[in-house]
Design a protein around this ligand. Sequence first.
Ligand code: PBG
Length: 305
Amino acid sequence: MVRETQLSVDDLIYPLFVCEGRGARQGIGSMPGVFRLSIDNLVKEARECQALGIPAVILFGIPDKKDARGSEAYNPDGVVQRAVREIKNATPDMVTVTDVCIDEYTDHGHCGLVEGGKVLNDATLELLAKMALTHAQAGADIVAPSDMMDGRVQAIRRALDGSSFADTVIMAYSAKYASAFYGPFREAADSAPRFGDRRSYQMDPANSDEGVREALQDIEEGADIVMVKPALAYLDIIRRVRDAVNVPVAAYNVSGEYSMIKAAGEKGWIDPERAMMEALLSVKRAGASMILTYFAKEAAQVLRR
Ligand code: PBG
């Protein structure tokens, strides 16, 4: 009766990595329990999530071909676009979110077009808008730009509205920090930048006012949901954004946050199940309405006991 915060399976969004081929289920060394799945296995996974009551999945593509312009990212028949169609076919009620960013598709590994060693903000917007539109056309319910180029929410909103996808939701990675906690993801997605780092477009971990500013800006541009990422080292940002906006706030419990608990658990240094539930509860308590987390399935199992 006096408990202030409830964690529910309804709050969880499960990230999935989708690769080419059939029958593929490749483990990721730094993320025990997480796999790169071909579309056939991805659909099985979506069914399993549905059976556990998990309402949403977010898809990340691992294409076979990468190039300087990330062409596979906005190929209407790309791996994510096909995956969305199959998931919506097999499990129509599964809310399907797609990550919109070209870093998994570029040979240089950056989230934008690169010229002379620099990431070009404005030239990238058109590609992101095209990518989001192909996701919506494939049936995505929510597109989630994670690239951190300025002005991308507006560019995506215009492209969607202009092609009668006014109902497609935008979940903006608004306060996304340049974080060491993305390390395992970059192994999973093979997306580490080949030169430099992401600090020209991702945020300085020292900045809190800027996180609020980014969220307000994204809402102004048309975001329906704003996200803070990572989650655990940024609980204060989640709370500040929650208090500043009147749209739902999402938080991304990122790969490194997952792997740390898994690794310490494997060593017998902490109780991994309790640590998982405590971490997720803290993100909820900080003010997030929904949590993107690799723990979604395990947490769902604990919550139903
Ligand atoms: C970019 C993207 C990243 C993550 C989600 N989207 C990696 C990055 O910015 O380098 C990281 C997620 C995680 O660590 O779990 N497409």
